[in-house]
Ligand binder design. Structure first.
Ligand SMILES: [Zn+2]
Ligand SMILES: [Zn+2]
Length: 818
């Protein structure tokens, strides 16, 4: 009777063999580097299944690439500041630091349990002074470059979290963390000028072909660039200018009213001029509406007339000024022109309040009549009732009106962005203190670099309500670094998204006491070659990281200006069709599964059950299946290892077929993992190979020894990244020395593996720079990613901007630069 697959002792034995230095790396300019990074976790207490998925993907890649000869940087750390620690501290009467450190200890042991291959020497913890000192340095760098400023602003306020939220952290009017309704507050706040980088953050998306299209589109929409004209409408009689940004200036003759946001500075002036309790009450109500809700489709659009009028300098008409609850002050200029005939929202508003509708773009198909217009006409057409512009196609009229406005001082062409500056002040305790001092004499004084870190005091008691820092005199009272007089410290801490916007740089030289990162080391490791994490970070974290990387690049501290070459956004792990959550009661514990089936089976299942980008429906049957497969591999290897050594039968047709099968499988798995990041198909290839080995052994009385050994060794080598513990055990049982994870990835013979491969020529500006051998079934988008990733191609793209890419499927890719 064959031996049982005892994963408990196998996994314990393997771990005991793994020395910490196995995955330690340093800069080696002879070797090809690969920076393999997964988004570091928030130490919430325990790894969940989403983490297991994220980190299994990264670990398989790291192990695979190491075996392929890459110098692989694969670090891990902790995004350790944040509100949950404070809330937990209040709830359980502990200290946020103690809660955080003990969670980190537990989660680190879970990483050990899963058998992930990190260089733990590079561990970073954002809540430790040796890290946040450099986060403060980064703030000073931004301040010094004019990219950090303080301003009084109406900001999103979560009453439950008792803190300000960035626009990015308000989702449908609710706090991203606790789902409370978000309100508004006026506070002095620190902002980072990400808007200065809006254009580059947008245009450089084109340089990221290794990112999912979906994420690039989300960033593009978030940045929201639009070209238009800022037209000025003076208030009739008094002349105060009301600037209005529009991309439809071709419809200006159809503007029959203006609408101000409730926060528009003119609102109070007009109210003082035409006092009206009903209008005042409307304004109060509208101002209480959360700005992020105002653009919701389902918001009931309401308005009220101010009684004042403004001059439409084009039509020469005076048009009424309204206040509307759907106009957002932060976007554009906080005022919009109402063109009911050519904007659906305006048409509904005009219909509700009996405002005039005027057609100024005529449908070439059939004539539009204002009185019968049911739906706004937004297509192209001919301009009518538009003074000297009548008769022009509206596309041409657009340019002419913009010219006219600029010439006569009625307006200016402008590019507008949806992106706002990044609000980073948080009225919370468990975060990085903003390194700034306020002096009555000198004003805002940044804390000098050599006085960093501004240490977050730990001897506090966390209680509900305002941040303890704001009440800690010993922290607040200080001396002005500039004049030496009495001064006060800033008591706000930074948004924790700053901590995570540069941690990938710190990993390059984590112990550096002199600076945030060593540029020579960062230039070796950066950019991150593969970044893996959840789609929920498509905007916030990834946009901030790109921004900070560009700032550091502009400061001359880093060669690259984009942090992540290739991005993999893994899908969620769902159970009974829903995301796992405590409230739904559908959570599955990784610890329990590891106890029942072993870490290897869990890792294998999580990579096998779905392609990495797709959601994965959890099932118990799946993990049982994975465990059964590992048992099958275990049994066939041990059976072979126990058989008496000797040549076995001759190399007949069946053995030759097995050899061919092995080479085909090596080729498939190499390409699935290496190029396509298609782990599930790689695993099914390993399952098919296992079946083929069983079939062969059943066919012949005494299997050909060398052919079977080769098949099994290659199977074990390829299985090792997925099931690192069993891989280690079986490698030893096959009589080999040394860790399986330090072996070379198996090669294959082209002829034996032959299948329909194609050779794709890659040109840069028409000159051949690379020939890629790719499987025929690979799509051109993937081929393009491979082409861009080629070092030879990269060498010829250095310093150039890609204009476009021309592809002849299956044959050629030509990258055209400017
Ligand atoms: Zn909240
Ligand atoms: Zn001073």
């Amino acid at each position: 009777m064959s031996e049982r697959y005892d994963f408990v002792s196998i996994e314990a034995r393997a771990k005991s063999k793994w020395a910490p230095e196995m995955y330690r790396v340093s800069e080696d300019r002879q070797a090809r580097k690969f920076y393999c990074l997964e988004m570091f976790p928030y130490p919430s207490g325990a790894l969940h299944m989403g983490h297991v998925r994220n980190y299994s993907i990264g670990d398989v890649l790291a192990r695979f690439l190491r075996m392929n000869g890459y110098n692989v940087l694969h670090p891990m750390g902790w995004d350790a500041f944040g509100l949950p620690a404070e809330n937990a501290a209040i709830q359980h009467g502990t200290h946020p630091a103690r809660w955080t450190w003990s969670n980190i200890a537990h989660m680190k042991s879970q990483f050990g349990m899963l058998g992930t291959s990190y260089d733990w020497d590079r561990e970073v913890t954002t809540a430790r002074p040796d890290y946040y000192r450099w986060t403060q340095w980064l703030f000073l760098l931004m301040y010094g470059r004019g990219l950090a400023y303080r301003k009084r602003a109406a900001v999103n306020w979560c009453p439950k979290c008792a803190t300000v939220l960035a626009n990015e952290q308000v989702e449908g009017g609710l706090c991203w963390r606790c789902d409370s309704a978000v309100g508004l507050r006026e506070l002095e706040q620190w902002f980072l000028k990400i808007t200065d980088y809006a254009d580059r953050l947008l245009s450089d998306l084109d340089r990221l072909p290794g990112w999912p299209e979906r994420v690039r589109t989300m960033q593009e929409n978030w940045i929201g660039r639009s070209e238009g004209v800022e037209l000025v409408f003076p208030v009739a009689g008094t002349g105060e200018p009301i600037p209005v940004f529009t991309t439809r200036h071709d419809t200006v003759y159809g503007a029959t009213y203006l609408v101000l946001s409730p926060e528009h500075p003119l609102v109070d002036i007009l109210l003082a001029r035409h006092p009206d309790p009903e209008t005042a009450a409307f304004v109060r109500r509208a101002r209480a509406t959360d700005p992020s809700r105002r653009t919701d489709e389902d918001l009931v659009k309401e308005g009220i007339a101010t009684g004042a009028r403004a001059l439409n300098a084009f039509s020469g008409e005076e048009i009424p000024i309204w206040i509307g609850n759907y106009v957002v002050h932060a976007y554009g200029t906080g005022a919009v022109m109402g063109v009911p005939a050519h904007d659906q929202r305006d048409l509904e508003f005009a219909g509700k309040y009996g405002l005039p509708v005027r057609v100024v773009i005529q449908d070439p198909g059939h004539t539009l009549t204002a009185s019968t217009l049911r739906e706004a006409y937004v297509e192209a057409g001919t301009m009518v009732a538009s003074g000297p512009f009548t008769g022009l196609p509206n596309s041409e009229g657009k340019e002419r009106i913009a010219d006219f406005a600029e010439k006569h001082g009625l307006g200016q062409r402008r590019v507008n962005y949806r992106l706002r500056d990044w609000l980073i002040s948080r009225q919370r305790y468990w975060g990085v203190p903003i390194p700034v001092v306020y002096c009555d004499h000198c004003g805002i004084v940044p804390v000098p670099e050599d006085q960093l870190p501004v240490v977050l005091p730990l001897d506090i008691e966390v209680a509900p309500g305002p941040s303890p820092l704001a009440q800690l005199d010993a922290f607040i009272n200080t001396h002005c670094p500039s004049c030496g007089g009495a001064a006060r410290r800033e008591v706000d801490t930074m948004d924790t998204f700053i901590d995570s916007s540069w941690y990938f740089l710190r990993y390059c030289s984590p112990g550096d006491q002199e600076r945030a990162f060593d540029p020579r080391k960062a230039d070796y490791w950066m950019p991150v070659d593969q970044y893996t994490g959840g789609i929920e970070h498509a905007i916030l974290h990834l946009l901030y990281s790109r921004f900070i990387t560009k700032v550091v690049h502009d400061a001359g501290l880093l060669k690259v200006d984009e942090p992540f070459v290739r991005l993999l956004t893994q899908g969620m792990v769902v159970h009974h069709g829903a995301k796992m959550s405590k409230s739904k009661g559908n959570v599955v514990s990784p610890d329990l599964l590891v106890k029942q089936y072993g870490a290897d089976a869990l890792r294998l299942l999580i990579l096998f059950a779905a392609p990495p980008e797709k959601d994965l429906e959890w099932s118990e049957a799946g993990v049982e299946g994975a465990s059964r497969f590992l048992q099958r591999v275990f049994r066939v290897v041990t059976a072979h290892a126990e058989e008496e050594d000797g040549p076995g039968s001759s190399l007949d047709g069946a053995a030759e077929e097995l050899v061919r099968f092995v080479h085909r499988t090596v080729k498939r798995v190499s390409e699935d993992v290496g190029r396509r990041r298609s782990f599930n198909t790689a695993i099914s290839a390993l399952m098919e190979l296992t079946n083929a080995i069983y079939r062969y052994r059943d066919q012949v009385p005494r299997p050909h020894r060398a052919a079977t050994t080769e098949a099994l060794e290659k199977l074990v080598l390829m299985l090792a990244p997925f099931a690192p513990h069993l891989g280690e055990e079986l490698w030893e049982r096959l009589g080999n020395k040394g860790s399986v994870h330090l072996q070379a990835w198996p090669g294959y013979d082209q002829h034996l593996a032959a299948s329909g491969d194609l050779i794709v020529v890659v040109q840069v500006d028409g000159k051949v720079r690379e020939r890629l051998t790719v499987p025929a079934e690979l799509g051109m988008v993937e081929v393009q990613v491979l082409a861009m990733a080629s070092e030879r191609v990269q060498a010829h793209l250095a310093g150039k901007t890609i204009q476009r890419v021309v592809a002849v499927p299956g044959k050629l890719i030509n990258i055209v630069t400017s």
